[in-house]
Structure formats: C-alpha cells, structure tokens
Ligand binder design. Structure first.
Ligand SMILES: [Zn+2]
Length: 340
C-alpha cells in the first residue's frame, strides 16, 4: 500500500498493512531543509521542497501542510509579526469594535491575501509531485471560535463571552468567522488537498468551560462537519490541551478524525472515538519527540499503538514538532510503527 492508500483506508474504516504515520512537522521539516521560517513561509517551492524531503526521508505516509496559525486572521486584517526564525503570530486585534469586525469578516478576503495564495500553491505543487504516493493534508487554521478570538483580541473576547448582553453579537461574529473558515476548506480542497484539517486551539478545556464550548464552539464545529460532508471533504479536528471533558461531545460530531493532544487520556479517547472518528496524534511533540531519548520515543509510540490495538489510528505528534527535533527520535518513532 502507498501512504495515501493507507491513510485513506483507515479513514474509511478499512484494513491496512500497518498503522499509517504522519507528523505535524512544518518547523522541523523547514529546519532540516536548512530554511529559516521566513524562507519557508515566503515560497511555495520551499514549502513543497521541505515537506516532500522530510516525508520521503522518514518514510511517512502523508504530509501535513502548515505555515502558521494566523493565516485567516492575517487575511481579515489582524496585525501579524513575522520573525525570521519562528512561525508568524498575531500581535493585536483586527478591530476593537465588534460591529466593524463583523463587517470585516468576509470570505472573499482569503484569495486577496498573498500568504493564502502561497499556501494553496504549495498544496498544489506537493500534490502534483507526490500523486497518490502520499496523502496531503492541508491545515486551515483557524476555526471560527479561535479566529473570532484572534480577530477581536483574547481579553475582550473572553469578557464578552461571559456577558449575556454581548452573546448575540459574539455569536454573530463567530458565525461570520465560520463563513471565512469554510471557504478556506473549499480552497484547500480545490488546490489538491486529499484531507483538510483545522485547529480550534482556543476552545479546549484548558481555556474555556465545557458549557462555553457547547454554546460557542460546538454548534459551529458540527455545522462544519455537515457542510464539508456535503462537499465530500474529509477533515481532521485539532483542539489543543486535555480534551477529557469534551471528548464525548467532539466524538458525537463524527469528524473523519480528531487529533488529540498527549494531555488527553488516550485509553478513554480510544474507547470514546471507536466507531465514530479516527484518532490522529497523540504523542507529545515537545516532552517526548524533542526532549526525549530514542528509547522514550519508542516506548511512547508503542503505548499508543497498543492503546488503539493498531486500529482507527494515524499515529503522529499531537501538535507541532519544534525545529531541531532529533532525527534519531523521528527514526525511533517510524521504526516502532513499522515493527508493530
Ligand atoms: Zn495543538
């Protein structure tokens, strides 16, 4: 089986010759290709080169394409900082006036943004090169709740969330952010991504309560799954932090897959996701992949493989691998998966 066939089979509930593996490795891949984050994010050719080289070098089954977590935020006008040695990041709000912000939030802005165009071209170049050898997953960061938060500024957004008088406006803002986000999945799919994914990094229990998640994030995630299903687009939902509190709710949405952070109880997650969503992840990118020894990486990898009995799992890191993740650790991971 090719990597593409392996991951597709797992997502469709079919058997594979072994557990497929892929890594959230844009920083590590750029580093190994000798590129700074600046050189990486400015050039679709560089992005394609770095990812294809890393996937082939380690025998991965797919490529997860990511540039940073503020692509859509950038497109709708959030001020962004572009350090040369780190991914870009949001440094302020697009507007402090929620009505103005609601007006700013329009899907047509995506294709007017040069960075979105770079991302789409990179997806196209990678898919053209790897064909049905490797699966290409295009990451559409960020989902509605997190995009609304980035655009409004975290402290104002959090304050309004807790104020009943602001509820209607906040929901309206998230609804507009949803329209922007849905468009990104469509563009990513058209550019050639076999699978899309999204981070809703701010809606996890580390930051908001389950009640808050159910009111302001869950309905939009559910809508996303339904809208994408109509367009025949399969997606992976990534939420940062410990998901124990909401894992059953997220599982009910029945995304093709859910990418889980290592902080989540994986034995419980394996049970809850069974028959609903495939698991991506969940090995600790920092404590294990970056700081761990090859032996530790092998042990953690083995633990996850056993927890899922090698089924309904696309194994990898639960979040982004830092630049400079030791090659021996990545090899320990791939060898453990191949030998399982
Ligand atoms: Zn994360």
């Amino acid at each position: 089986m090719t990597g593409y066939e392996r991951i597709t089979a797992v997502i469709n509930g079919k058997k594979t010759d072994r557990v497929p593996m892929m890594l959230h490795n844009f920083m590590a891949a750029a580093g190994e290709a000798g590129m700074s984050m600046g050189e990486y994010r400015r050039s679709p050719q560089n992005i394609a080169k770095a990812h294809i080289a890393a996937a082939r070098k380690y025998g991965l089954d797919g490529i997860l394409l990511d540039i940073d977590t503020c692509m859509e935020a950038d497109a709708i006008g959030v001020p962004i900082d572009f350090p040369d040695d780190e991914p870009a990041r949001a440094i302020g709000a697009a507007s402090k006036d929620i009505d103005a912000l609601i007006e700013l939030m329009t899907p047509d802005k995506l294709l007017k943004n040069d960075r979105i165009k770079i991302m789409l071209e990179a997806v196209y170049l990678i898919k053209k090169e790897v064909g049905n050898d490797l699966l290409v997953r295009g990451n559409c960061d960020q989902m509605a709740f997190s995009l609304a938060m980035l655009s409004y500024g975290m402290s104002d957004f959090m304050a309004d969330l807790l104020d009943e008088d602001c509820e209607e406006k906040i929901l309206q803002l998230i609804d507009r952010a949803y329209a922007v986000h849905l468009e990104y999945h469509k563009l990513m799919h058209q550019a050639g991504a076999d699978l899309t994914s999204f981070g809703d990094s701010s809606c996890g229990p580390d930051l908001i309560s389950r009640d808050c998640y159910m009111k302001f994030s869950y309905p939009f995630q559910k809508r996303l799954q339904q809208d994408l299903e109509k367009m025949n687009i399969k997606t992976v939902c990534h939420i940062c932090g410990n998901l124990d509190n909401i894992i059953e709710d997220v599982a009910e949405i029945r995304f093709s897959a859910i990418e889980v952070d290592y902080k989540t109880n994986i034995h419980n997650a394996a049970k809850v996701l069974d028959g609903k969503s495939v698991m991506f992840g969940p090995i600790d990118p920092s404590g294990v992949f970056y700081f761990g020894t090859p032996q530790r990486v092998a042990e953690e990898t083995q633990k996850v493989l056993e927890a899922f009995d090698g089924k309904r799992l696309v194994i990898g890191a639960g979040c982004a691998l830092p630049t400079g993740t030791p090659k021996a650790n990545i090899r320990a991971f791939t060898e453990t998966v191949k030998n399982f």
